[in-house]
Design a protein around this ligand. Structure first.
Ligand code: HEM
Length: 405
């Protein structure tokens, strides 16, 4: 509980947070400054209007994420300052719903993303990855690890989870690239999104009353029971399909870190048993995104970190900052595979936590096993500063990862 009498009405200065294209996995220096300034600061991002609060301490981040007085739905009616230039979220999209609508929508697909649900695709995923690695080996070095494995693998896996037939994987890949890239312009992205949505709308409609375990069958069944609308189901399917792509960028950073830190790779080769906890530590450490993601709006006055946030104010939380909070993670800038406990929030917290967390971990474990064990000499084919990272991207990762072995 916050003691009302200790809340400050003072407002820190508004800091401009430019969209930086940071090299490698460097922690954003602006975020580091904001964290040093205090637990709750004020920011202005390159797009949108006005300013927003920024909350960076672990406990405060989890409180805001889990407190219904901070609404996602209310963001829809505002032009909150933000990183993304073209940001026209669909009304009813999962990121912009509050409970109970949000809970109902997430519940409809939950079985596909539990440990048991994800286990359903493990063997198929391993076989698909084996094929990709075999093809990489056949082609011989040097190769682009992103293009050959880190991009096609998560797409193949998410298609399997979604119930998208193998023959349609290529279309999914093309649509996803166009939706997420700003290089072709807003029109092209919007068209790709409409085409993917039309595809899923048909597939879910066909699977109404289905008893299958894949996501489109689960959505079809929920539609049949009248729990979700076709529009909501389609919107969620598109976001889940695109979400699979996050694994490509995150694994790109993961392998970039491993291949530039021979001590880390040696330990993973010598002690395969620590790989799952090492992956968790890398997830904590990796700056997955640029700046901050989706804001929330305070529905009433709330005290956070000693500051009074007023009803109507926009608030961002930074999971990246929370993952470097020294109160929770001693020596937070060090990658420590023995870190225990490691309650990181790389997949978020509260009702909007990432549904793909268990799936992403499974994919990263399979990738680490396959690439470290089958390619013992795997290393970068260029100096680290010649690995170029995506420019102007919301999610950070290498454009290509040139490797040899
Ligand atoms: C390493 C890979 C990934 C990371 C680091 C990651 C991280 C995150 C984070 C931090 C959030 C935001 C939580 C919040 O708003 O409070 C999120 C949301 C989301 N993620 Fe992921 N994610 C990853 C992979 C995936 C995958 C594989 C999928 C698809 C299965 C996915 C689908 C989504 C969706 C649909 C949301 C929105 C959830 C909601 O608003 O209820 N993500 N993710």
């Amino acid at each position: 509980m916050t003691d009302e009498s200790t809340l400050t009405e003072a407002r820190p200065p508004v800091r401009h947070w430019p969209a930086l294209d940071l090299p490698g996995s460097q922690f954003d220096p602006v975020l580091a400054e904001l964290m040093a300034e205090g637990p709750v600061t004020r920011i202005q991002l390159p797009n949108g209007e006005g300013w927003a609060w920024l909350v960076t301490r672990y406990d405060d981040v989890r409180r805001v994420a889990n407190d219904p007085r901070f609404s996602r739905e209310a963001v829809m009616d505002k032009q909150v300052t933000r990183l993304a230039p073209h940001f026209i979220p669909d009304r009813g999209a999962v990121g912009f719903l509050d409970p109970p609508d949000h809970t109902r929508l997430r519940r409809s697909v939950a079985p596909a993303f539990t440990a048991k649900g994800v286990e359903r695709v493990r063997e198929k995923a391993r076989v698909m990855l084996d094929e990709l690695v075999a093809e990489l080996v056949r082609g011989g070095p040097p190769a682009d690890l992103t293009g050959a494995v880190l991009s096609p693998f998560p797409i193949a896996v998410i298609c399997e989870v979604m119930g998208v037939p193998a023959g349609d994987r290529h279309s999914m890949h093309v649509w996803t690239q166009l939706i997420l890239s700003s290089a072709h312009g807003k029109e092209v992205s919007e068209r790709a999104k409409r085409e993917m949505a039309a595809y899923f709308s048909d597939l879910i409609g066909l699977r109404e009353n289905s008893t299958g375990e894949d996501v489109t069958s689960l959505l079809g069944a929920a539609l049949g029971r009248g729990e979700v609308t076709l529009e909501q189901a389609t919107g969620l399917a598109v976001l889940l399909q695109i979400g699979g792509e996050a694994v490509t960028a995150n694994s790109g950073q993961l392998f970039y870190l491993l291949l530039t830190r021979p001590d880390l790779v040696e330990r993973l080769r010598a002690e395969p048993g620590i790989r799952p906890q090492a992956i968790d530590e890398l997830l904590r450490y990796i700056p997955h995104r640029n700046a901050v993601g989706l804001s929330r709006i305070a529905l009433e006055d709330v005290g956070i970190g000693g500051v009074r946030i007023r009803a109507g104010d926009a608030v961002y939380i930074s999971y990246l900052a929370a993952n470097r909070d020294p109160e929770v993670f001693p020596d937070p800038d060090t990658i420590d595979f023995s870190r225990c406990p490691n309650p990181h929030v790389a997949f978020g917290f509260g009702p909007h936590y990432c549904p793909g967390g268990i799936l992403a971990r499974l994919e990263q474990e399979l990738l680490t096993d396959a690439l470290l064990d089958r390619l013992p000499g795997l290393r970068l084919a260029v100096p680290p500063d010649q690995v170029f990272f995506r420019k102007g991207a919301l999610i950070r990762g290498p454009e290509a990862l040139p490797v040899t072995w």
